[in-house]
Design a protein around this ligand. Structure first.
Ligand code: ATP
Length: 309
C-alpha cells in the first residue's frame, strides 16, 4: 500500500500543480475566454532556466489582421533586472503577457527566454517559471490558508505562515476570528485591496518563480496603500536573482526601474532609465508631466472612473 500510494500521491500533486499553473493564468488575466494556450510541439523540452532573460525579437502580432498591435517589436529584459513596460492605453502592454504565456503566437519574430524560443519548450515549464502579482487578486471561496497555499499546493502550513509573515499579512490574519481558517472570497470575509495584495505577495513567495510580472491594469489602490505595497514588494520579492517586469500605468511607481520600455503604435519608441527618458523629452517625458498634473494620480483616495461624464 505504501509503495503504491506514495507515487500516486506525488502524481496527484504534480497534476494539481500543472492544472493550477494554467488556472493561474486564466484567472489572473481574465482569460476565461475561448482561448486555449498553444499546445506543445512534439519533442518539446522543459525550459532550461539560467537567469531569466526575456527577449522579443522582431515580433509582429495582431488579434485581427486589419489591426496590428505589434508591427516590429524588439527588446531585451535582462536577467535579474527590474523592467517596466509603459505606453498609452491599447499600446499592447498586456498583450506582451499573453504572448509570453503562449495564449497567442506571434505572426512574425520570436520570443525567447534564456535564448530558448518559447514555442519550442513545454508550456507548463514556461508557466511554472513565471509568477504574477495582479492588481486585483482573485480570492477563492475558501479559507486564508488555502488562498495563500494556492501559490504552491505542496506547501506545508508552516511554509504558508512563513510566507504570510514575509508578506506582512500574518498579523492581519492572526486578528481574524478564525485566523488562518477564516473564510474569504465571494461570500466570505471582505478584506481590503491592500490586504488582498499582500495575500498575493505571500502566494508568489511560495511559488518562488525566477520571473515575476506585476500587472497594474485595474489598479484601485489609494496612494498610501500603493506605496506600502511597493515597499513590501521591494523588500520581499525583488531580490537580485529575480527578473521583474512591471506593466505600469502609474509612472511614479516605476521611476526606479533599471529599464523602462515605451510602446506605441506597434513599436518600441523609446527605452532607457527614468533619467535618460526625461532628458530625451519624448513620449515618456510627456506622459510623466501629464500624470504629474493629474489630480486623480496624486489624490490620497483613487476616485472611481466615470466614463459618462
Ligand atoms: P491598457 O493600458 O488600456 O490596459 P494595453 O496597452 O495593456 O492597454 P492590450 O490589453 O495589450 O493594451 O490591448 C491592445 C489592443 O488589443 C487593444 O486595443 C485591445 O482592445 C485589443 N485587444 C486586446 N485583447 C484582444 C482580444 N482578445 N481580441 C481582440 N483584440 C484585443
Amino acid at each position: 500500500v505504501f509503495q503504491l500510494s506514495l507515487p500516486l500521491n506525488f502524481l496527484g500533486t504534480v497534476y494539481r500543480e500543472l492544472r493550477q499553473s494554467l488556472l493561474d493564468m486564466e484567472v489572473l488575466f481574465n482569460l476565461r475566454s475561448n482561448n486555449k494556450p498553444i499546445e506543445d510541439r512534439p519533442g518539446a523540452k522543459s525550459l532550461a532556466l539560467r537567469g531569466g532573460e526575456i527577449k522579443f525579437d522582431h515580433v509582429a502580432f495582431a488579434y485581427h489582421p486589419d489591426r496590428p498591435i505589434f508591427r516590429d517589436v524588439s527588446f531585451t529584459i535582462p536577467a535579474g533586472k527590474k523592467v517596466a513596460i509603459v505606453g498609452p492605453s491599447g499600446s499592447g502592454k498586456s498583450t506582451i503577457f499573453r504572448l509570453l504565456f503562449r495564449f497567442y503566437e506571434p505572426d512574425k519574430g520570436r520570443i525567447l527566454i534564456d535564448d530558448q524560443d518559447i514555442l519550442e519548450i513545454q508550456g507548463d515549464s514556461l508557466r511554472r517559471a513565471i509568477g504574477v502579482v495582479p492588481q486585483d487578486t482573485p480570492l477563492f471561496h475558501n479559507d486564508v490558508m488555502h488562498n495563500i497555499r494556492y501559490g504552491r499546493l505542496s506547501a506545508t502550513d508552516e511554509e504558508v505562515v512563513e510566507a504570510a509573515k514575509k508578506a506582512n499579512v500574518h498579523q492581519t490574519i492572526e486578528r481574524m476570528a478564525q485566523k488562518y481558517h477564516t473564510q474569504v472570497g465571494e461570500r466570505g470575509l471582505m478584506i481590503s485591496g491592500g490586504e488582498k495584495q499582500r495575500l498575493a505577495v505571500a502566494r508568489v513567495l511560495l511559488k518562488d518563480p525566477p520571473i515575476l510580472f506585476f500587472d497594474e491594469a485595474t489598479s484601485a489602490l489609494d496612494s498610501q496603500t500603493e506605496m506600502e505595497l511597493m515597499r513590501n514588494i521591494n523588500s520581499t520579492l525583488l531580490d537580485k536573482k529575480r527578473t521583474s517586469v512591471f506593466i505600469a500605468h502609474r509612472l511614479r511607481t516605476i521611476a526606479t526601474a533599471d529599464l523602462i520600455i515605451v510602446l506605441k503604435d506597434g513599436y518600441v519608441v523609446e527605452q532607457g532609465t527614468h533619467e535618460e527618458l526625461m532628458r530625451t523629452g519624448g513620449l515618456y517625458c510627456s506622459m510623466w508631466h501629464t500624470q504629474a498634473n493629474d489630480p486623480t494620480e496624486t489624490a490620497p483616495i483613487a476616485k472611481p472612473e466615470d466614463d459618462d461624464d
